[in-house]
Design a binder for this molecule. Sequence first.
Ligand code: ZN
Length: 67
Amino acid sequence: MSLVKNGDAAPPVEMMIVQSKRVKCDGGDAGLGHPRVFMDMGEDTSVECKYCGKRFVLDPDADPSAH
Ligand SMILES: [Zn+2]
């Protein structure tokens, strides 16, 4: 399966600062949605959506233990 486009120009990477290590992504509102997926950063502080490539970065000021 090849969902990543490899063009000559590197597409801008969309970044989202999030407050939780668990994030969900459904492609956003750009009209290029994809099935909703949940991702967990685990021990990392960022995760990339394998569908749309959007990168979710944990807010350094966020307290992951808080809800
Ligand atoms: Zn996505």
